[in-house]
Write a new protein. Structure first.
Length: 159
Protein backbone atom coordinates (compact mmCIF):
# COMPACT_ATOMS: atom_id res chain seq x y z
CA UNK A 1 0.00 0.00 0.00
CA UNK A 2 1.37 3.37 -0.94
CA UNK A 3 1.56 6.40 1.30
CA UNK A 4 -1.65 8.43 1.52
CA UNK A 5 -2.69 11.99 2.29
CA UNK A 6 -2.58 12.38 6.07
CA UNK A 7 0.31 9.92 6.52
CA UNK A 8 3.61 10.88 8.12
CA UNK A 9 6.80 10.56 6.08
CA UNK A 10 8.82 7.52 7.25
CA UNK A 11 12.26 7.91 8.82
CA UNK A 12 14.75 7.02 6.08
CA UNK A 13 18.09 8.46 4.95
CA UNK A 14 18.69 9.94 1.53
CA UNK A 15 22.08 10.82 0.07
CA UNK A 16 22.89 14.28 -1.22
CA UNK A 17 25.98 15.32 -3.15
CA UNK A 18 28.13 17.89 -1.41
CA UNK A 19 31.42 19.49 -2.50
CA UNK A 20 33.32 16.90 -0.44
CA UNK A 21 31.24 13.91 -1.55
CA UNK A 22 27.94 12.20 -0.68
CA UNK A 23 26.34 12.97 2.68
CA UNK A 24 23.42 11.38 4.52
CA UNK A 25 20.31 13.51 4.93
CA UNK A 26 17.45 12.14 6.97
CA UNK A 27 13.86 12.44 5.91
CA UNK A 28 13.32 14.41 9.12
CA UNK A 29 15.91 16.96 7.96
CA UNK A 30 14.08 17.28 4.64
CA UNK A 31 10.50 17.45 5.92
CA UNK A 32 10.17 18.30 9.61
CA UNK A 33 9.06 21.87 10.31
CA UNK A 34 8.94 22.70 6.60
CA UNK A 35 6.54 22.89 3.71
CA UNK A 36 8.06 20.78 0.94
CA UNK A 37 7.10 20.23 -2.69
CA UNK A 38 8.55 16.80 -3.42
CA UNK A 39 8.59 15.03 -6.75
CA UNK A 40 10.08 11.72 -7.80
CA UNK A 41 11.28 10.65 -11.21
CA UNK A 42 12.10 7.19 -12.58
CA UNK A 43 15.62 8.18 -13.60
CA UNK A 44 18.02 11.08 -13.77
CA UNK A 45 19.11 12.02 -17.29
CA UNK A 46 16.17 10.14 -18.86
CA UNK A 47 14.26 12.05 -21.57
CA UNK A 48 10.99 12.92 -19.82
CA UNK A 49 12.75 13.70 -16.57
CA UNK A 50 15.43 15.87 -18.20
CA UNK A 51 13.36 17.58 -20.88
CA UNK A 52 10.15 18.25 -18.97
CA UNK A 53 9.83 17.27 -15.32
CA UNK A 54 12.92 18.74 -13.60
CA UNK A 55 13.19 21.78 -15.93
CA UNK A 56 9.64 22.79 -15.03
CA UNK A 57 10.61 23.00 -11.37
CA UNK A 58 13.82 24.88 -12.17
CA UNK A 59 11.83 27.51 -14.09
CA UNK A 60 9.03 27.67 -11.49
CA UNK A 61 11.17 27.54 -8.33
CA UNK A 62 10.68 31.20 -7.38
CA UNK A 63 6.92 31.08 -7.96
CA UNK A 64 6.64 27.89 -5.89
CA UNK A 65 8.70 29.33 -3.04
CA UNK A 66 6.61 32.54 -3.18
CA UNK A 67 3.65 30.34 -2.17
CA UNK A 68 5.29 29.60 1.20
CA UNK A 69 7.26 26.51 0.22
CA UNK A 70 10.54 26.08 2.09
CA UNK A 71 12.04 23.31 -0.04
CA UNK A 72 11.57 21.85 -3.51
CA UNK A 73 13.00 18.33 -3.58
CA UNK A 74 13.57 15.96 -6.48
CA UNK A 75 14.20 12.28 -5.74
CA UNK A 76 15.22 9.35 -7.86
CA UNK A 77 16.47 5.83 -7.29
CA UNK A 78 19.93 6.86 -8.48
CA UNK A 79 23.16 7.40 -6.57
CA UNK A 80 24.24 10.75 -5.14
CA UNK A 81 26.93 11.22 -7.82
CA UNK A 82 24.33 10.91 -10.59
CA UNK A 83 21.82 13.15 -8.81
CA UNK A 84 24.51 15.77 -8.17
CA UNK A 85 25.68 15.74 -11.79
CA UNK A 86 22.09 15.87 -13.07
CA UNK A 87 21.28 18.83 -10.84
CA UNK A 88 24.35 20.67 -12.13
CA UNK A 89 23.53 19.85 -15.75
CA UNK A 90 19.98 21.17 -15.24
CA UNK A 91 20.99 24.34 -13.32
CA UNK A 92 18.86 23.09 -10.43
CA UNK A 93 20.47 25.22 -7.71
CA UNK A 94 17.10 25.82 -6.04
CA UNK A 95 16.15 22.12 -6.03
CA UNK A 96 17.29 19.67 -3.34
CA UNK A 97 18.49 16.64 -5.32
CA UNK A 98 17.86 13.52 -3.21
CA UNK A 99 19.36 10.14 -4.06
CA UNK A 100 17.46 7.05 -2.93
CA UNK A 101 20.13 4.76 -4.33
CA UNK A 102 18.90 1.56 -2.68
CA UNK A 103 15.23 2.44 -3.05
CA UNK A 104 14.66 2.39 0.72
CA UNK A 105 12.46 5.50 0.82
CA UNK A 106 10.66 4.42 -2.33
CA UNK A 107 9.85 1.01 -0.78
CA UNK A 108 8.89 2.55 2.57
CA UNK A 109 6.21 4.67 0.87
CA UNK A 110 5.09 1.95 -1.55
CA UNK A 111 6.07 3.73 -4.76
CA UNK A 112 8.24 1.04 -6.38
CA UNK A 113 8.35 0.71 -10.15
CA UNK A 114 9.73 -2.33 -11.93
CA UNK A 115 11.64 -0.78 -14.82
CA UNK A 116 13.62 -3.92 -15.62
CA UNK A 117 11.96 -4.07 -19.03
CA UNK A 118 13.92 -0.90 -19.84
CA UNK A 119 17.12 -2.24 -18.27
CA UNK A 120 16.72 0.11 -15.30
CA UNK A 121 15.83 -2.35 -12.51
CA UNK A 122 13.84 -1.14 -9.52
CA UNK A 123 12.93 2.55 -9.63
CA UNK A 124 10.37 4.98 -8.21
CA UNK A 125 7.09 5.77 -9.88
CA UNK A 126 6.74 9.32 -11.13
CA UNK A 127 4.78 11.15 -8.44
CA UNK A 128 4.49 14.41 -6.57
CA UNK A 129 3.48 15.39 -3.09
CA UNK A 130 3.23 18.38 -0.85
CA UNK A 131 4.37 17.68 2.68
CA UNK A 132 3.70 20.02 5.60
CA UNK A 133 5.82 19.39 8.71
CA UNK A 134 6.30 15.73 7.83
CA UNK A 135 2.66 15.02 6.91
CA UNK A 136 1.51 14.42 3.32
CA UNK A 137 -1.19 16.97 2.43
CA UNK A 138 -1.30 16.36 -1.35
CA UNK A 139 -0.29 13.30 -3.36
CA UNK A 140 -0.51 12.55 -7.07
CA UNK A 141 0.82 9.58 -9.03
CA UNK A 142 1.39 9.85 -12.75
CA UNK A 143 -0.04 7.44 -15.29
CA UNK A 144 2.74 5.61 -17.17
CA UNK A 145 4.48 7.85 -19.68
CA UNK A 146 2.83 11.06 -18.46
CA UNK A 147 4.07 14.20 -16.73
CA UNK A 148 0.89 16.06 -15.89
CA UNK A 149 -0.37 15.89 -12.31
CA UNK A 150 3.13 16.04 -10.75
CA UNK A 151 4.46 18.79 -13.03
CA UNK A 152 5.65 22.08 -11.58
CA UNK A 153 2.64 23.80 -13.12
CA UNK A 154 0.18 21.35 -11.56
CA UNK A 155 1.84 21.56 -8.15
CA UNK A 156 1.83 25.35 -8.33
CA UNK A 157 -1.91 25.31 -9.00
CA UNK A 158 -2.50 23.24 -5.85
CA UNK A 159 -0.46 25.61 -3.71
Amino acid sequence: MSIQVGDKIPAVNFKVMMADGPKDMSSQEVFDGKKVVFFAVPGAFTPGCSLTHLPGFVVSADAIKDKGVDTIACMSVNDAFVMGAWGQAQNAEEILMLADGNGEFTAAIGMELDASGFGMGGRAKRFGMIVDDGTVIHLVIEAPGEIKVSSAEAMLEVL
